[in-house]
Write a protein that binds this ligand. Structure first.
Ligand code: PLP
Length: 427
């Protein structure tokens, strides 16, 4: 390995790099197996649905009868193990996509129960949890409640059942990924357990999963273990680093129709929406996604192994089972967190010359520092790291279009910490 032909990395770090790689080999084998399984799942969906080069050319105006759009949505449904799906470049973000799904299903007076604790920062404003945000579900009279996670960060199955017995809920909402929290991500088998618990007590509740960062990490997706609806972002896993923007919703046919009525307009639904020139990118991205997700998970495992050797707390630990592509490294100080992000940025293919600083990001409650030298602005399937500058000064990093370049980014993050005196390593 001759990273030193290109980058200046301390010898002590290089020895730990070698050890971290050795410690990761067993996980890498399993990651390859999952990536191959999911690649074949996606490939067979492409074949089954009859993709041709011509359907990817795209439509303009209303976008009526856009065959490429319809075929792509059927492929996505198959990939998610769902009856139906919407997949559009016109979803502005993951939050927008989840918002469309939530407003598609919930009506004034309905109750929604988040069963995995407080949701991702940007979603709190959509529910209107802390205050009745303009245009939020709370503003429209949808009532929100949550069941907090247990002390170890896992769902409180007994508490969930008790609450569903006590009150009638239209929807049980699950967040698969950890977001900016130190709780573990949910595995598919965890989600299966949650679905079972909800069905036992409240069979008529819609089970919706925020699937962000979880797609293709395991062999199954939430709808394959009983979830009714999932949604996610195309600048994360299922866009494969190629989709320039967009989102998807997948699930039961009648629910997807409701979401479609909210996505465009009632009565028109999914029949409109010009794809312009974006179909080809969405097809290519979905096709690339299983492999790219595998590279991202390898990057996460390696980072966990390296930073554990450096004496930091990591979550998940290198050998732990994973439900998403996120790796949390607790760096313990603002200086360490900032150096980590600045070092990672210096190894990015785009904007490597930029020095990131903490800033007040819309939708987030604390200043956030981000390393994101990506081809697509904000794409977190590309190597990126961020963290709110608050205790315990943890960096949440994710992505990596290919392991080789992502590993260099991670080593540069450690190197920058060393230079800033935020690493303690012996000889
Ligand atoms: C990324 C993410 C979202 C959506 O965020 P956007 O930045 O709007 O795409 C929602 N939930 C979770 C858990 C996420 O990781």
């Amino acid at each position: 390995m001759n990273i030193t032909s290109f980058f200046n990395i301390d010898d002590r770090l290089l020895r730990l790099d070698k050890a971290a790689l050795e410690n990761s080999q067993k996980q890498f084998g399993e990651i390859d197996d999952i990536a191959e399984f999911n690649q074949l799942k996606v490939l067979s969906a492409f074949i089954k649905n009859g993709v041709s080069e011509a359907v990817m050319s795209g439509s303009t105006g209303y976008g009526y009868d856009d065959r490429g759009r319809e075929i792509l949505e059927r492929i996505m449904a198959d990939c998610m193990g769902a009856e139906d799906a919407l997949m559009r470049h016109s979803f502005a973000s993951g939050t927008h996509t989840l918002t469309v799904a939530l407003f598609g299903i919930l009506r004034p007076g309905d109750r929604v129960l988040c069963i995995t604790g407080r949701p991702y920062d940007t979603i709190t404003g959509v529910f209107g949890i802390d205050s009745v945000t303009d245009g939020s579900l709370a503003d429209f009279g949808v009532k929100y409640a949550q069941v907090d996670l247990l002390g170890d960060g896992t769902p409180d199955i007994d508490g969930i059942k008790a609450e569903l017995k006590r009150e009638k809920y239209k929807m049980a909402y699950i967040q698969r990924s950890r977001g900016y929290s130190t709780r573990p991500s949910l595995t598919i088998s965890d989600i299966e357990g949650l679905v079972k618990a909800v069905r036992e007590v409240s069979p008529e509740s819609v089970v919706m999963v925020d699937n962000c960062y979880g797609e293709f990490v395991e062999r199954k997706e939430p709808c394959e273990v009983g979830a009714d609806l999932v949604a996610g972002s195309l600048i994360k896993n299922p866009g494969g680093g190629i989709a320039p923007t967009g989102g998807y919703i997948a699930g039961k046919k009648e629910l997807i129709e409701k979401c479609a009525a909210r996505m465009t307009c009632p009565g028109v639904g999914r029949e409109v929406g010009a794809t312009l020139g974006h179909s080809r990118e969405l097809y290519m991205g979905l096709f690339a996604a299983p492999h790219v997700v595998g590279e991202a998970v390898k990057t996460a495992v390696y980072t966990s192994a390296l930073f554990e050797l450096l004496g930091f707390e990591t979550s998940p630990r290198p050998q732990e089972k994973r439900g998403d592509i996120i790796q949390c490294v607790t760096l313990g100080s603002a200086e360490g967190l900032i150096a980590f992000c600045q070092g990672m940025q210096s190894g990015a293919p785009v904007d490597a010359f930029v020095v990131p600083e903490p800033w007040e990001m819309p939708g987030y409650t604390d200043p956030v520092i981000m390393a994101a030298g990506a081809f697509t602005l904000g794409a977190s399937i590309e190597l990126s790291a961020d963290g709110p500058v608050r205790e315990p000064y943890a960096a949440w990093m994710q992505g990596g279009l290919n392991f080789h370049s992502a590993k260099a980014g991670v080593l540069l993050a450690a190197q920058k910490m060393l230079e800033k005196g935020a690493l303690n390593i012996g000889e």
